[in-house]
Design a protein around this ligand. Structure first.
Ligand SMILES: [Zn+2]
Length: 376
């Protein structure tokens, strides 16, 4: 079964050697891209609309229960954000059934897909016991494309930090590792310090997991340096960076994943994207969708913010939210439109990607193919 999408007004492929005004989807992959009208079982004319790869959201926390509206309201009234708010979600998540958690993840993935996200990573991290982290990983894996173990999200209230790190590095990793590809740590004041973060990441690497780091969100710190040193695929937040952090990222394969919706929602400054890009750092944009610090699944909102407030070009922002996300997950089959790539295709109800920033807040998703299936 093949589908020809034709009449493309502007095609963003993220591959400089691939151009055209039409493409063919066959099964779950892109079978052809070019100019013309090859034979196909079905033909869809998109009438001059812009087509781009589906968003790759490389950073979300969707396995949760409960609500933090009150905390958000308090923050907007002037109370500062701190890492400890996570504990509220931990209590609600532990109390929820597997079915309840699954319904929450499913609903939010569907919400993201409806806005053009076709590849989504999500994390554990609101269980913080062996049993709750394990079931969080299993639930995540039944809905998301990539799953990350974030047992080192917060020391659970009442627990001893060093004992908890030992649990994460031992029994918890043993239980969860078979169900995840990645491990992550929240390396931040109020969460885990450099030595604790290093212990968690080293233990995870020893079990064959890829590494990611939450770092430099609330102030300068060791997160970026540690991520680069240990060869992490991505260091996420990067709101506060020293020049040596920028230099270290530029000389590494570690992607700087920026989460501007989180910085807005916590009233932090926005990351210095321009400085990173000008230094040659690979940048990704992701939603950080979670109930505490960034409750949005809209990558279009992140792209508009990156352009309007972080001085990224539209092309840079779209690339960061597609190919950049794929690079942050070390995937070469998504975030691009070319022969053999996964058929994740986003059609905008607009003639160009510029409209994502020119018309901020306007829902512009017209059609979406995910793994070759038209879902919107
Ligand atoms: Zn996060």
């Amino acid at each position: 079964m093949s589908t020809l999408i034709t009449g493309i007004g502007e095609l963003t492929t993220n591959d400089p050697s691939v151009h055209g005004d039409a493409l063919v989807i066959e099964g779950s992959t892109i079978a052809w891209v070019g100019t013309g009208s090859p034979a196909a079982d079905t033909r869809i004319d998109v009438g001059g609309r812009a087509v781009l790869p589906g968003w790759v959201d490389s950073h979300t926390h969707l396995v949760f229960a409960g609500d933090r509206t009150a905390e958000f309201g308090a923050r907007m009234a002037g109370k500062p954000y701190s890492a400890g708010g996570i504990a509220v979600t931990v209590g609600a998540t532990r109390a929820a059934s597997d079915d309840d958690l699954s319904a929450v993840v499913s609903r939010h993935v569907a919400e993201a897909v409806a806005q053009g996200t076709t590849f989504i990573e999500t994390k554990t991290g609101y269980g913080l016991t062996v049993a709750d982290e394990l079931r969080s990983a299993v639930v995540a894996g039944s809905h998301a494309d990539e799953v990350t173990f974030l047992g080192a999200h917060l020391v659970p209230p009442g627990a001893d930090a060093d004992e908890y790190v030992s649990l994460v590095c031992g029994e918890m990793l043993d239980a969860v590792a078979p169900h995840v590809r990645w491990a992550d740590v929240f390396c931040e004041t109020g969460a885990f310090d450099e030595d604790q973060s290093r212990a968690v990441l080293t233990a995870a690497a020893g079990r064959g997991l890829g590494l990611r780091v939450h770092g430099n969100q609330l102030g300068l710190g060791p997160g970026v340096r540690l991520a680069v040193e240990l060869g992490a695929a991505s260091v996420d937040h990067c709101t506060y960076l020293s020049q040596s952090d920028v230099d270290a990222l530029a000389a590494s394969d570690t992607v700087a994943t920026l989460l501007p919706a989180c910085d807005l929602s916590t009233r932090q400054p926005l990351p210095e994207a321009r400085k990173l890009l000008d230094a040659g750092v690979t940048v990704a944009l992701a939603s950080n969708c979670n109930p505490g610090s960034s409750y949005t699944s809209s990558i279009a909102f992140c792209v508009a913010t990156a352009v309007l407030q972080m001085r990224m070009s539209v092309e840079e922002a779209v690339r960061a939210a597609t190919l950049g996300g794929a690079q942050a997950l070390r995937r070469d089959d998504v975030g691009v439109i070319r022969l053999g790539a996964r058929a994740d295709v986003h059609v905008l109800d607009a003639p160009s990607i510029t409209h994502l920033a020119y018309r901020p807040g306007v829902p512009l998703t017209h059609a979406v193919w995910r793994k070759g299936v038209q879902v919107i």
